[in-house]
Every structure is written in C-alpha cells, then in structure tokens.
Design a protein around this ligand. Structure first.
Ligand SMILES: [Zn+2]
Length: 342
C-alpha cells in the first residue's frame, strides 16, 4: 500500500516572497501538496496575490488545492465571515426557537450565488490543481464524536427559504421535530450547492480535482451527526468528487475509532471509484505519547488509505489553537510524511 499524497493546510495568504520560504519548509517536511486556506477576507482583499502564491508553490514542487475556509461558517474553520457581516438575511435558523444562527443558510440563492461566484472566479483566474470542500455542515446538531461539541435535539435550518422549499416539495409545513422527510430534505439540499459548483468548476477545467471532506463520525444505525453530509453513499457517489475524505479526529479517541473511521472511509471511496483520504490532527492538541502519531499514520497506510492530510502548517504555531510544542508536532509529522513517501 502506498500513500500517494501528503498534504498540509496553510493559512498565510499575503506576501508571495514570504510564502515561498514557507513552501520550501513544507516541501522539506515531506509534503507533496499544500491546501491553501482562503478566507473571505483573503479573497476580498488579497486576490491579486493568490495566483502568484499558487505559482510559487508550484515552483517549489507542491500541488495546490484551494480550501474556501469557513466561508459563511458553512465550511469548517475559525475565520470570520464577510457574508454574515454584510447580510442580515439568509442565515440558518434554529428549528426549536426560530432564532437566526451565526451561519449562512446554503440553501438560499443568496449564499449559493456568493459562494459560487467566489469559487468560480478562483477556478477561472488562478492555476490551482483543485478544490477542497472542508467539513461543510448545517449549524446544528453535532454528535459527541465531533471535536467541536455535543449533540442536541434542536436542528437547523428552518429559515423561511428552507420552509418554503420543504412545503413546495412535500406539501405540508416543515415540522419542528426532525422526521425522515426533513432528513431527506436536508441531505438533498446540502448536496446541491457542492454538486452544482463542482460541475461548473469541471466545465471550466476538467483537470481540476475535487476533494470532499466530511466529518468523521460514528455514522452508525444509532448515531449520526445530522449535519447534512452523513449519508456517505450519497456524498461519495457524486460524480464530480474525485476524493472522499474524512476529517480529523481527536488524539484522545481510542484506536478502535481511528480504525473504524479509516476502514469505512477506504471502503466508501473504493465503492464509488474515488481516492480515499484521512486527516491527522497537527494543531490544538498533541497525543499523550508522540509515538501515537507514528502508529496512527502507519495504521492509515496499512488500511489502504491513498492520501494523508494534516491541519496545519507548523502545528498551528503562533495561533490560539496551536498544539502544545507545535513545532515538535510539525517535525514529527514531517518525519512520518517522509517515511510513508519512500
Ligand atoms: Zn435555510
């Protein structure tokens, strides 16, 4: 079993000369690929630099994937959202309380157009190798398997747009208690924005590669995350996605969980002829024993994962979500990446 791609995410859109130095360091850490986390501010403010940064990464021998990081708080990520700042409508709404949430509703034409305009401009005007859909999700609920919090019975989205779409399709008012129709509705609508955008990206350039990264949850008969992308068959069978990826899990979870997520990821990818990818936590927390990182990466390799990716460059050094001993984590990741690439 060979790992064909080792990626790391990178936040530092800005001065290309500085980025080039970082790319040299990334390359020296055994990475084949850099995932550029592009925020709404980067896109809005730094756009003239983005293609130059991509070119610099290419010159240093790295493949470049663009991650519309945290856009509208629809995708995962700590960034702030200009969409939420500039729009008082088109937000997700709590089913139980009717209150607007701090997340864009991706079933509204307003957010769909905003997101698509941004991504298609990147597809047309830069020379990246592909796009990375990073933990897209409804704001509520989430399960205990998530690194970002606990489960509740309340759910989103029950905004006026979702309610009208539901009524038009099913012929009755959208209920406040989640039922099977609501689940189907949420899955179907959640897929639309990414399918439609991915198809249009491939129309611009069929060589663009699309990675779809969903939350790594138990996803069992009894427990699912209900964040819109937990029907993995529906996600992995999308013809416009090339890679089926499942996200980071916390180091403190048992090895059996790492094993089960990884087996299911590889099986699902194979079932639909996609590449599989597993993520490694290289920020926020460190394993109790550093050897655990070596063991998990070796487990991924043994289970037949095609690609590895880690969040983030330098273990998040200098940020509030840095791993303890962030640079040590980064170096350990580099050792592992160099080993699996041999
Ligand atoms: Zn909605």
């Amino acid at each position: 079993m060979a790992i064909e791609q080792t990626a790391v995410s990178y936040y530092g859109i800005g001065y290309v000369e500085h980025n080039r130095q970082d790319f040299k360091e990334i390359k020296a850490h055994g990475c084949t690929t850099v995932i550029l986390a592009i925020t709404e501010f980067d896109f809005d403010f730094w756009f003239p630099s983005i293609d130059k940064i991509i070119e610099a990464a290419h010159q240093e021998g790295l493949k470049v994937l663009l991650d519309p990081w945290g856009i509208g708080k629809y995708f995962g990520g700590e960034q702030v959202s200009l969409f939420l700042q500039n729009n008082i409508h088109s937000r997700q709404v709590s089913a139980f309380t009717g209150e607007p949430l701090n997340a864009a509703c991706f079933n509204t034409n307003s957010f769909r157009d905003y997101f698509q305009r941004m991504v298609l401009k990147l597809a047309r005007e830069t020379h990246a190798d592909g796009f990375f859909w990073d933990e897209p999700h409804y704001a509520l609920p989430k399960s205990y398997a998530s690194i970002t919090g606990g489960v509740g019975d309340d759910w989103a989205c029950r905004c006026p747009v979702c309610q009208k779409k539901f009524m038009d399709y099913y012929g009755y008012e959208m209920p406040k208690i989640m039922n099977d129709d609501v689940r189907q509705f949420r899955w179907r609508e959640a897929m639309f924005i990414l399918e439609d955008t991915s198809r249009k990206i491939k129309e611009i350039n069929p060589d663009y590669e699309i990675t779809m990264c969903v939350h790594a949850t138990l996803n069992s008969y009894y427990v699912t995350e209900q964040r819109g992308y937990d029907d993995w068959d529906r996600v992995a069978s999308c013809p416009y996605f090339d890679v089926f990826s499942t996200t980071i899990i916390n180091w403190s979870l048992p090895r059996s969980f790492f094993e089960s997520i990884t087996k299911r990821t590889v099986e699902m990818a194979k079932k639909y002829g996609k590449k599989s990818e597993r993520w490694i936590m290289n920020y926020n927390a460190r394993p109790e024993r550093m050897e655990q990182m070596d063991e998990v990466i070796s487990l991924y390799e043994q289970l037949g994962v095609d690609r590895l990716a880690a969040w983030t460059y330098r273990g998040g050094y200098g940020t509030v979500v840095a791993a303890p001993n962030a640079l040590e984590m980064w170096d350990r990741l580099g050792e592992n990446y160099r080993k699996v690439r041999k």
